[in-house]
Design a protein around this ligand. Structure first.
Ligand SMILES: Cc1cc2nc3c(=O)[nH]c(=O)nc-3n(C[C@H](O)[C@H](O)[C@H](O)COP(=O)(O)OP(=O)(O)OC[C@H]3O[C@@H](n4cnc5c(N)ncnc54)[C@H](O)[C@@H]3O)c2cc1C
Length: 235
């Protein structure tokens, strides 16, 4: 298997636009939310209001939409970063209940993958770790303890769910070129999976510099002006 995250959008409400539209209109209308919900199916009209409301930072309106992704072929190094996002929900393959039976699956970073000599060393080392893990489990050590020898490279899988506000936040942070390559690839795949079905979200699922108009990172990739330069121009 190659080293790319495998991602599928497995759950999204059918009435996504209508739900957000109803949340937005309810804030500014004397009409009841039920009447608002039943009053329109006009996508263009709904999107016009939704874009206006989200662009003005009224993000609670998109917290009503929860989406779920099935994710596999990512390293534990990557999932450890993803689970730092506190408004997400996770169900991850357990290293206690799922005992490795042979060579465990692992992810090779591209910097090592492209160097044949280092790649061979990396694979040899994964083989040694695997042998040690099996030695322990065959000696009766439970998987929950034998896993202590497994590396960050160990492949994992999970179902991850989050609302649209958190997805935008995740994209802002993890599509940034300063984010680690694998979580950047994973976030990109998650964003593409949802924008395939909801293309209007492309404007929001962007690195933070695109929505801010400037870069606030200490080391900038140069895509946008540095924050201090941007603010100096504005003043
Ligand atoms: C490029 C990069 C490098 C990183 N390097 C490191 C590192 O070296 N070490 C490290 O430990 N972590 C590191 N992180 C992880 C980072 O510190 C955050 O833990 C992670 O990005 C989750 O971001 P968050 O807290 O904004 O998001 P979430 O947990 O998704 O929360 C979303 C937002 O909700 C609000 N929120 C959530 N919980 C609280 C709370 N308890 N109180 C107040 N507001 C809250 C905040 O506004 C927050 O931005 C790095 C992240 C990035 C993107």
């Amino acid at each position: 298997m190659d080293n790319k995250p495998v991602v599928k959008l497995i759950s999204k409400p059918n009435n996504l636009l209508k739900t957000i539209y109803t949340a937005c209109r309810t804030c500014y209308s004397a009409d009841s939310p039920i009447n608002i919900y039943e009053s329109t199916d006009d996508e263009e009209k709904m999107l016009k209001l939704i874009n206006k409301v989200i662009s003005s930072g009224h993000y609670s309106t998109i917290e009503h939409i929860q989406v779920s992704f099935a994710i596999s072929n990512v390293s534990r190094a990557c999932t450890h970063q993803l689970v730092r996002h506190r408004h997400m929900s996770f169900s991850q393959k357990s290293q206690r209940y799922v005992k490795e039976k042979g060579q465990f699956d692992y992810i090779i970073p591209p910097t090592i993958e492209k160097n044949p000599e280092l790649k061979a060393k990396f694979e040899e080392f994964m083989g040694e770790i695997s042998k040690k893990y099996l030695e322990f489990t065959e000696a009766g050590i439970p998987a929950e303890d034998a896993r202590f020898v497994l590396p960050n490279a160990t492949a994992s899988s999970m179902v991850a769910s989050l609302n649209l506000r958190e997805l935008i936040h995740l994209a802002n942070l993890r599509l940034c070129s300063r984010a680690q390559y694998e979580i950047r690839m994973l976030t990109k795949a998650m964003c593409e999976a949802i924008t395939d079905e909801e293309p209007w979200l492309k404007n929001y699922l962007v690195p933070k510099c695109v929505s801010l108009g400037y870069c606030d990172e200490a080391k900038s990739c140069g895509r946008m002006p540095k924050k201090e330069d941007f603010l100096a121009i504005k003043i």
